[in-house]
Design a protein around this ligand. Sequence first.
Ligand SMILES: NC(=O)C1=CN([C@@H]2O[C@H](COP(=O)(O)OP(=O)(O)OC[C@H]3O[C@@H](n4cnc5c(N)ncnc54)[C@H](O)[C@@H]3O)[C@@H](O)[C@H]2O)[C@@H](O)CC1
Ligand SMILES: Nc1ncnc2c1ncn2[C@@H]1O[C@H](COP(=O)(O)OP(=O)(O)O)[C@@H](O)[C@H]1O
Ligand SMILES: [K+]
Length: 528
Amino acid sequence: MNELYTVAEIRQIEQAALAGLPAGTLMQRAGAAAMQMALAMLDNASIASAPRVLVLAGPGNNGGDALDVAARLAQAGIEVTVALYAVAERQPQDARAALGRAQAGAATLLAPGDPGDSAAPSAAGSIYQRHWDLVIDGLFGIGLARPLAGAMRAMVEFINTLPCQVLALDIPSGLDADTGDIVGPGGIAVRAHRTITFIADKPGLHTCHGRDHAGQVSIATLDIDPALLPPAQAFLNGPILFADALRPRPQNSHKGSFGDVAVLGGAHGMQGAPILAARAALHCGAGRVFACFVDEAPGYDPAQPELMCRHAGDFDFSKTTVVAGPGSGGASRANELLARVLDLPVPLVLDADALNLVAADRALQQRLAARTGATILTPHPLEAARLLAVSAGVIQADRLAAARQLAARFQAIVILKGSGSVIARPDGSVAINPSGNPALATAGTGDVLAGVCGALLAQHLPPWQAALSAAWLHGHAADRLVEAGVGPVGLSASELIPAIRTALNALNALCTLGALGALGAQITVNAH
Ligand SMILES: NC(=O)C1=CN([C@@H]2O[C@H](COP(=O)(O)OP(=O)(O)OC[C@H]3O[C@@H](n4cnc5c(N)ncnc54)[C@H](O)[C@@H]3O)[C@@H](O)[C@H]2O)[C@@H](O)CC1
Ligand SMILES: Nc1ncnc2c1ncn2[C@@H]1O[C@H](COP(=O)(O)OP(=O)(O)O)[C@@H](O)[C@H]1O
Ligand SMILES: [K+]
């Protein structure tokens, strides 16, 4: 299941489901699913003595889920302590019932204040000074309305220093489920190893701070009738979304069958960038690849003599897929060449300096929005910020909204890069890419991504599927390299290129075999 739902959508689904069920049913299903996850985490931790579990229970229904799990674990004979931040009279009905179940069982319930709080020194002390094998975070879920403060903030600061496993219920407390930002100003969020999220998956678990705070994400659907789920506007990217656009190569084919890619960039001192993009395009199957330089052009690329190096001013871009921007610089010469390619109806990828040139020039913006050819934009957050005339902080605070805004404004497919790259199309659909890791945080990997996009466009993938495939393959290759010890420290953009080729061929082989079902399972394993 690749659908991602906003808090507003989850609330609607929840209301529809609750209408047909006895009170407390969904919370008890959530508690039962979380209990299984907690037991599995305790098993995996191979704890020598009897395990001790600390459960944090907040004031709302997320706290209710936590109290339900606490009651279940205590009933199973596990030593459970609840740090309770709820007052029964103010709890929602289901959560109050869960409090009753926890109080009736063997769990110890404490109401801790700040570590130095003289009002509750013994409760706080017994939590802060003991050893814990597992912490279950049920402070806040989708109802978080403001930054964590006071005693709960102090508890989260403490939890985030512990060496033990942390399981978040629904959302790591403090994280915005829609955006993956930490609810602020000056907020804090639980850093969990695993998150069990209820009803359906949520975008904020997979982008911005989401990946660092949620850890491995599992979905407990709570047996809600799938008919109650509306059509999703957001998805977790994976081959299931784009594999049908990948086609086996016909035997009766030639280099002209797989398109030409021309990379436009490489101003003086930045010639490596278009070379990386061009090599990536070559290794992802483009029939012929040209590296076209804004200033002086090298005779050829000695490490990759298959590339044809040209002076951009002399090159006819009208019959190729164009990747514009890698190392192109911001000079007027680059601006003129960019204006020329924007007016051509060819498939076009805009990266790096091409995006900065567009951001600074209203005429280029109009040309871009008026294009008829397929267009993919690949901004990192700062480039996106320049395009939208805001700060990078504003982009990161709501990456989905920023990517959607750019896609609508320029009528293009947008890949907003970073942890959990967001791929958006002009109609507002988005996908969040779950592959990739910090090994990619090194110069040149963006040039490689642009080259992969170009190669896939040249091979006639529709731009949406080309962008989804490129982002996924790029991240997947980095994940495989890290598994093999090539990173996360010291992975180079050049090393990424053959790994992307391997991943693309493996995917093509699976698609050719019609093994998409198996692929679905594989994606889930990889993504979570
Ligand atoms: N309603 C139901 O039957 C179900 C609810 N579920 C759980 O319920 C959660 C949503 O429950 P709620 O809507 O009660 O929301 P939460 O439990 O996330 O929190 C809402 C409560 O916290 C208060 N609050 C918000 N931010 C605060 C802050 N920074 N400091 C102090 N108090 C703050 C609010 O005023 C409200 O009382 C889901 O995330 C999920 O875990 C699941 O059990 C599924 C079924
Ligand atoms: N921490 C990270 N996790 C996942 N992907 C990352 C991370 N850091 C960078 N990346 C990816 O690496 C690439 C970097 O691109 P970019 O910033 O344009 O670099 P450059 O311009 O130097 O090539 C993007 O695809 C981005 O999504
Ligand atoms: K939580």
